[in-house]
Design a protein around this ligand. Structure first.
Ligand code: NAD
Length: 484
C-alpha cells in the first residue's frame, strides 16, 4: 500500500549543483602501466546516469589479455615500489590525497552522475573520506611495523582489488591506500555501473607522478573480475561485494596460497531500547537505512524496537520518512537519489513483493518520482517475522523491516539471528547496557547512539557471511603485509 505523504513544512527551491565544471572525456581507455590504453581484447560500453538513463561516457572493459597486461605491469613495478623508503611512498600517497581534495567538487558531481547518490552525500562523505583514507595510510607508510606490534614486515606483492558500485571512489581508496602504503602494487577493477571516479583517480595517479604500473585500473564486469582473481601471478585478492561472488572467489583461490580478504553483504540490526532518546534514534534510523538509498553494506535494515515504544518510534519514523526529499541526485536538497541500476531496482521490487506476499505490512511514502531513471520511494515494513525474506536477505535499497523485542536477551538473540554480521546500532541512554549488548553482538562494527559513522582510523569488516579481514586503521595494514 502507499500512504499519504506527510505535509512537508518547508518547500525548498531547487538547488542544483552544476555539472558545467566537470571535464569528462567522451571515452576512457584502460589505465595500465601509467597510461590510458585501448583494450586489446575487451570492448567499449557506455556508462549510464541512473537518474536520466543517459550515457555519461564510453568506457573500455578489460578482456583477458588486458587483465594479463595489467598484472604484468604491476609485477614489473613492484620491486622498485617496495624498495622506496616508507617516507617516499608516503609522499606519493599524501600527493594523491591532496589532489583528491583539489578535485573534490568534480569528483562529487561525477560520483552522483554515474551512481545516482545525492551530491550532498558524495560531497560531504564519499570524497572527503576517500582523501582521508589516503592521508591516513600515507602516515602509516613509514611506521608499518608499529602497526603490527613491532614485528618485521614485508609487502605481499601484487594485489588484485575488486570493488562494488555503492561507494565507488571511497571503496577504491579503502583498497589502494593501505596496499600502496605497505609496498604492494595494485590492479583495481571498479564495478561495471560506476567506473568513472576510479578513472578520474587514475588521472590523479598520473598527476601525482606515481611510478608507472604501481596502480592499474581496469573497468569491466564480473567476467573481468573472475579473470583477474584467477591470474596466476597475483599474491593477494581484496574483494568487496556480494556474499555469493565472495564465495566463488574463495573457491577459485583454494589451495593457491593467495592471501584473501572479503568484505561482503550484511543485514545489520539497529536496536532501539525503550530508554533511548527516541527523536535522536529516529534520525539515526533514517541515516542507517536511507543514506545512499540503502545501498550500504552495513545499512541498518533490520530495525529492532523494544515493544513498549514500538508504536511511538514507528509513528515518528513514518512522519520523518514523509519529509525525505526523493529525486535529482544533483540537487543539494535531495536526501534519497536514484537507484543505481535497473537490475538493482528489480531486485528491490522482487523482495518488497515477497515481503507483502509473506504477510508483512508495507507502507511506502507517496512522492512524485521523475519519469525517467530508476527510483524507489522510502518504504517501511511492520509485522515482520524473523523468517520472512525481508528480515533475512539483503535488500540493498531504501526499505526497512521492523521487528520487536521485549527483553535485552531477546534483542541480542534476534540481532544475532542472521547469517551476516557486519554492523549493528544500539540506542540507549545507559552506557553499561550499550557495552553489555555490544559485546554480545556478532558484528564487526557496533555504533552506539549513532549509525553509519565512518573514520579511516577505525577498523571495518565482518563476522560470519559478511566476510573476513579488516579495512581501516592499523588493522587494515595486516591484510597487505607478510609479518615475520
Ligand atoms: P557483486 O558481488 O555483484 O559485485 C561486486 C564486484 O565484483 C563488481 O566489481 C563486479 O563486477 C565483481 N564481480 C562480479 N562477479 C564476479 C566474479 N565472479 N568474480 C570476480 N568479480 C566479480 O556486488 P554488487 O551488487 O556490485 O555490490 C553490492 C554488494 O556489495 C552487497 O552485497 C553489499 O553488501 C556488498 N558491499 C559490502 C561492503 C563491505 O564493506 N562489506 C561494502 C560495500 C558493498
Amino acid at each position: 500500500m502507499t500512504g499519504t505523504r506527510t505535509q512537508v513544512v518547508w518547500d525548498y527551491a531547487p538547488a542544483p549543483e552544476s555539472p558545467d565544471h566537470v571535464r569528462l572525456r567522451d571515452s576512457y581507455g584502460l589505465f595500465i602501466g601509467g597510461e590510458f590504453r585501448d583494450p586489446v581484447d575487451g570492448e567499449r560500453v557506455p556508462t549510464i546516469n541512473p537518474a536520466t538513463e543517459e550515457s555519461v561516457a564510453e568506457i573500455a572493459f578489460a578482456g583477458p589479455q588486458d587483465v594479463r597486461a595489467a598484472v604484468e605491469a604491476a609485477r614489473a613495478a613492484q620491486p622498485r615500489w617496495a624498495g622506496l623508503s616508507g617516507l617516499e611512498r608516503g609522499k606519493y600517497l599524501f600527493r594523491v590525497a591532496r589532489l583528491i581534495q583539489e578535485r573534490a567538487r568534480e569528483l562529487a558531481v561525477v560520483e552522483s552522475m554515474d551512481g545516482g547518490k545525492p551530491v550532498r552525500e558524495s560531497r560531504d562523505v564519499d570524497v572527503p573520506l576517500a582523501a582521508a583514507h589516503f592521508f591516513h595510510y600515507a602516515g602509516w607508510a613509514d611506521k608499518l611495523s608499529y602497526g603490527v606490534g613491532g614485528r618485521e614486515v614485508a609487502p605481499l606483492g601484487v594485489a588484485a582489488q575488486i570493488v562494488p558500485w555503492n561507494f565507488p571512489l571511497l571503496m577504491a581508496a579503502w583498497k589502494l591506500a593501505p596496499a600502496l602504503a605497505c609496498g604492494n602494487t595494485a590492479v583495481l577493477k571498479p564495478a561495471e555501473t560506476t567506473p568513472l571516479t576510479a578513472l578520474l583517480l587514475a588521472e590523479i595517479c598520473q598527476e601525482a607522478e606515481l611510478p608507472e604500473g604501481v596502480v592499474s585500473i581496469i573497468p569491466g564486469d564480473g567476467s573481468t573480475g573472475a579473470t583477474l582473481v584467477r591470474d596466476p601471478d597475483i599474491d593477494k585478492v581484496a574483494f568487496t561485494g556480494s556474499t555469493s561472488v565472495g564465495k566463488d572467489i574463495q573457491a577459485a583461490l583454494a589451495g593457491r596460497g593467495v592471501s584473501l580478504t572479503l568484505e561482503l553483504g550484511g543485514k545489520s540490526a539497529n536496536v532501539v531500547f525503550e530508554d533511548a532518546a527516541l527523536d535522536q534514534a529516529v534520525e539515526g534510523i533514517v541515516n542507517g537505512i536511507f543514506f545512499n538509498q540503502g545501498h550500504v553494506c552495513c545499512a541498518g535494515s533490520r530495525l529492532l524496537i523494544q515493544e513498549s515504544v514500538a508504536d511511538v518510534v514507528v509513528g515518528k519514523l513514518w512522519e520523518r520518512m514523509g519529509r525525505l526529499r526523493v529525486g535529482d541526485p544533483l540537487d543539494k536538497n535531495t536526501d534519497v537519489g536514484a537507484i543505481n541500476s535497473r537490475e538493482q531496482l528489480e531486485r528491490i521490487e522482487e523482495l518488497v513483493d515477497a515481503g507483502e506476499g509473506e504477510g508483512a505490512q508495507r507502507r511506502t511514502v507517496a512522492c512524485e518520482l521523475p519519469d525517467r531513471g530508476f527510483w524507489y520511494a522510502p518504504t517501511i515494513f511492520t509485522e515482520v517475522a524473523p523468517a520472512h525474506r525481508i528480515a533475512v536477505e539483503e535488500i540493498f535499497g531504501p526499505v526497512v523491516s521492523v521487528l520487536t523485542f521485549r527483553t535485552q536477551a531477546e534483542a541480542i538473540d534476534k540481532a544475532n539471528n542472521s547469517a551476516y554480521g557486519l554492523a549493528a546500532g544500539i540506542w540507549t541512554d545507559k552506557g553499561a547496557k550499550a557495552f553489555e549488548v555490544a559485546s554480545a553482538l556478532q558484528a564487526g562494527v557496533v555504533w552506539q547512539n549513532t549509525y553509519n559513522h565512518f573514520d579511516p582510523s577505525a577498523a571495518f569488516g565482518g563476522y560470519k557471511e559478511s566476510g573476513f579481514g579488516r579495512e581501516g586503521g592499523p588493522a587494515g595494514l595486516r591484510p597487505y603485509l607478510r609479518i615475520a
